[in-house]
Every structure is written in structure tokens, then in C-alpha cells.
Ligand binder design. Sequence first.
Ligand SMILES: Cc1cc2nc3c(=O)[nH]c(=O)nc-3n(C[C@H](O)[C@H](O)[C@H](O)COP(=O)(O)OP(=O)(O)OC[C@H]3O[C@@H](n4cnc5c(N)ncnc54)[C@H](O)[C@@H]3O)c2cc1C
Length: 452
Amino acid sequence: MATSRSQVVIVGAGAAGLLAALRLREAGLDCVLLEARRRGQWGSRYSLELDSGSVLNGVLPAPNPEALLHEGRFGADLCSPGRTHRQNVTPLPVFAVRLWKYQRQLLELVERVGVEVHFGCEVTNLGVDDRGHTVLSVLQAGVEVRMVADLAVLASGNNHRFDRELYAHFHLRRKILDREYLAAQHDLWEIDPASVAGNSPSPPGVVNYVIGNEGPISTLGFWVSPDQRMAGLLAGSLPVDGWRPPAELLKEARCGAVRFTRRLAGASGHIPVRRPIESLVAPGVALLGNSGCQVYPMTGCGMGLIGNAALLLAEASREYCREGRRLEHLWNYNHRYQSDFGARQAASQVFLEAIRCSPWGSGLVSRLFELGLSRPEDYLRSLDLGPVAPAPLEMMKRLPGALLLERDKGRYLFAAMGRAAALSQAYRHFYPRRPDGMKVRSFFARTASMGG
Ligand SMILES: Cc1cc2nc3c(=O)[nH]c(=O)nc-3n(C[C@H](O)[C@H](O)[C@H](O)COP(=O)(O)OP(=O)(O)OC[C@H]3O[C@@H](n4cnc5c(N)ncnc54)[C@H](O)[C@@H]3O)c2cc1C
């Protein structure tokens, strides 16, 4: 069997794999990027929002005009179920992009900096050789090839195929519950401009989000382009809890008076809405993107986190590969990610879980809107990956609304906020600084009860 060698092999050319390749190469490492799908079939056919902070501070490359769908300058309406209450955010600090075109743009950048990219190369196995190098079995056009690397970056998405190998050879536990995935679908449609007038839930250019129609953490987004020729539809729900799947929600959303003539693009997927995997690294391997559950649970946004994680990973990998593959160096990626972004994800997961199981059921979102307890600032803070709870002064302003809550339910909500804040602090101060599997397990055992 043919064997090839590289400093770093990246598995998967989704957003995570591409950003990792770009940053690792910029850090001076030799990288090979392997993608299972063939070039013609590759690319995620949905649109998504990049928080503008990540784009403007260079964490994510700025989307080129071909990839850009809109810049959010017309804003968004956030609505309670049935659109009974509405709040406006203008401008909405996002860049909405056609992901498949943005991926193509990233691919060009990656190839330009000299990364070898191979499509139609499926990694089928992962292990360690007797010198401690990572060994990957790769299937390319029916031929099996062996690749040996100092480091393998797994950016293979939600895929659970390597879980057993990760546990057996690297002692990495990647256990995700079904209810920790949000099902989501995004479609882009061509529409009849004559049918728009007065029929779209928000004016053209303004994104209309209904939160909580199909279970407390569901979303339905509807956007008509300013020229009224295109509509974007987004739905997210938790079918494991018995709620209708996104495809059904989108079908229903298309039954209004706006005439949908042709589907231009669209895709569905599952988004892990939880804290990151317990440890993102082991000797010779690192997890990135959905593979490491790097998504902010309250919004389902992963791109800003992936961009930040790729930068941290590149810095740590450079030291790891140059300094004799000492795990302490690679651990810096894990520790820095967990104690900063992991803290935010964990707090957000606690709050999301509390909403999911709230004693109000589906009535929660309406009640929060009605009492002024949910405000546009909360949405903006979530987009910025900020803290779950508002600042103390902001809390004071909401006190009159909070006092109108039924006492037991108010207590429930504030207890969830308290747990979220405590867990976030635990991640910030007590996530192990040095590689120690026992300490990581003990950290998770001790913080489990804070999750609620
Ligand atoms: C409908 C929807 C809407 C979303 N909206 C937003 C949003 O608005 N903002 C935001 O920030 N995030 C959003 N997200 C989340 C975001 O899309 C993800 O965080 C991000 O795309 C994850 O990228 P990834 O590279 O980790 O995984 P993926 O995109 O799944 O890429 C994994 C890649 O690995 C390849 N692969 C898998 N196994 C192998 C193998 N064995 N060998 C070789 N290659 C392999 C796959 O073919 C694939 O190309 C949304 C997700 C969905 C589904």
C-alpha cells in the first residue's frame, strides 16, 4: 500500500477544514486537505449568517460579492409566536452568505497559499503507529492509501464514524445525545415580485424571525430581497421532542400569498447545540467545527467560533509540530478554546436547556416578549457570543417585568441564569490548564449538576 507523509492532514473541506487549512498554512505548516466528496458534488447548499464582528476583525475572511446575499443593513424583526409581539434590530450585524460560494472562495484562498487539496478522498480509518505518528487510511478512486502525519485535524462534521477509533487510540470521548442536535433547513427561492406587496411578514430587506412557534427553541426566518425577486426561508426545530421537522415548517411558510416559483438552493442539516466535546485534542489529533461541537447553542451559529478556533489551533499546532510533538503545546488550543468560547457555549447550553424544559412550554417566548424580559439586545449579545444574562444595570431595568412573572416560574428562570453564570465561571477558571485526562473527567463530573 502506498504511504505518504505530511505534517498535518485535515479531514473534511467544510468551513472548518478550509479555515484550518488556511490558518495552519499561514502558520508555516505543511498541510494536506482531504474531502470525501468529489469537487462537483461538494459544498453546503444553504445560506447562513456570519456575525459581522468576526468578519471585520479578520477572524473570518470577508465574503466576496458573489458569495454575499445581504449585509443586514435593513435589519430584522424578532417576533413572538403568532407574531403577537415584535421587536426590531436595525442594522442586523451580520453578513448573510451563500455558504457553497463562500466555501469556494475559501478554497481558492487555501489553494493560493499552497495547501494540497484532494477531493474524492474518503478517510476510512484512524490510528497511531509504533512511533506515535497518526496514521490515516484513505480511499481514493477505489484504491487505499496510507497517510502518516504529525497531526490529524478532524473537521469531518457531525459524522460519528471515528468515535470508536478516537476513544480506542486517543482516549477522546465524543458522546453527543440526539436531543443535543437542532434540525435546521435553509432554502432560497425565486419569487414572483408582483405577489410581494403587503404579503411578506416584514418589508423587503428586513429578515422576519418568529421564535418559539414549534417548541420554545424553534425559529422560522423569512426574508424577501429588496428587489423582491428572491426569498430566503430558514427553519429550526427539535423533532426529537416531537415537534414538526423544518421541512414541514418551510412548506407551511410557503403557503401564504407570496408566490414561490423556483427553488434556487437549499439544504438541511443538524446543528450540535451544546458545549464543546470534553477535550478537543489528544496526541496526534485535534477536533474542529461540528466535529468538536463548536456552535453557540442559543443561535445555532458556528462560523465565528470555528474562525476563532482555527486561529488558536494554528498557533498551538505550530509549536506542537516544531517542538517534538509535546502534547502541552497542542493542549493550549484546547485550554484556550474551552476556557473562553467553551465557557460561553456551556452557559448558553444551560439556558437553552432551561427554555426547552420550561414550565411554560411553548408559552414561554410570548410571556418573555410580553413582559419586556426578552429584548433585541439579548439577540445582539448572542450573535456576539456574549454572556447569556444581561449586565446588572440592564437586569434592573427588567425588574418590573420580572416581578409580574408567576413566582415559581420567575425563580426557575433566575435559577437557570445563575447556573449558566456559575458554569461559565467554572470553565473560565477551572478547566485544566495542563493535559490530564483524570482532571478533565473530574471537571466534567463536578460541573454536570450545574447543567441542570
Ligand atoms: C441549515 C443550517 C443553517 C445554519 N445557519 C448558520 C448561521 O446562520 N450562522 C452560522 O454561523 N452557522 C450556521 N449553521 C452552522 C454551520 O453551518 C456549521 O457550524 C458549519 O458549517 C460546520 O462546518 P464543518 O466544517 O464543521 O462541518 P461540515 O460543513 O459538515 O463539513 C464536513 C466536511 O467533511 C467531509 N467529510 C466527512 N467525513 C469525511 C471523511 N471520512 N473523509 C473525508 N471527508 C469527510 C464532508 O463531506 C464535509 O464536506 C447552520 C447550519 C445549518 C445546517
